[in-house]
Design a protein around this ligand. Structure first.
Ligand code: CMP
Length: 136
């Protein structure tokens, strides 16, 4: 069964959208294999976003993801990586299609509510960071 790492970012927690977003994943048929609310530090953010740390947008992204609690979870299901990315919608909430989480609920490229692993390899890397007890 495929697995993916999802973050409900601090904007989702602040705006009270955790239940709404989880409902969409559950209604689709995905299963929550692990879930935890965490307030992460910069070191964990750097590890998670290792491929972005040199990008111009990274310093404000780092400040944002460490700005308050987030909810990290592992979702399981058939083609979970691709299914979650489709449900999330395009990165920029302003451009994401209506019907997607970002398209319906976000108006920002940074504060886009959710993260989903971009490949099976990324999912295993990210699950090992957030939920080492579940790592293969
Ligand atoms: P995420 O799927 O978590 O992966 C990288 C994150 O960086 C992305 O969601 C956005 O939150 C953020 N991001 C990507 N591109 C930009 C950008 N051009 N400006 C600001 N934030 C961005």
């Amino acid at each position: 069964m495929a697995r993916t790492l999802v973050l409900l970012k601090p904007d989702a927690v602040r705006r009270g959208l955790v239940g709404e977003i989880l409902s969409r994943f559950e209604a689709k048929g995905l299963t929550i294999a692990a879930m935890e609310q965490r307030h992460v530090d910069g070191a964990l953010a750097d590890q998670h976003y290792a491929e972005h740390v040199e990008r111009d947008f990274y310093p404000p992204l780092r400040a944002f993801v460490t700005s308050g609690p987030l909810v990290a979870l592992v979702l399981e299901g058939d083609e979970a990586v691709e299914v979650v990315r489709a449900l999330n919608g395009a990165t920029d909430g302003r451009k994401a299609a209506p019907g997607t989480i970002r398209g319906d609920l976000s108006l920002s490229n940074r504060e886009n509510l959710v993260h989903g692993s971009d490949s099976a390899e990324s999912a295993e890397r990210e699950i090992a960071i957030w939920f080492p007890q579940l790592a293969l």
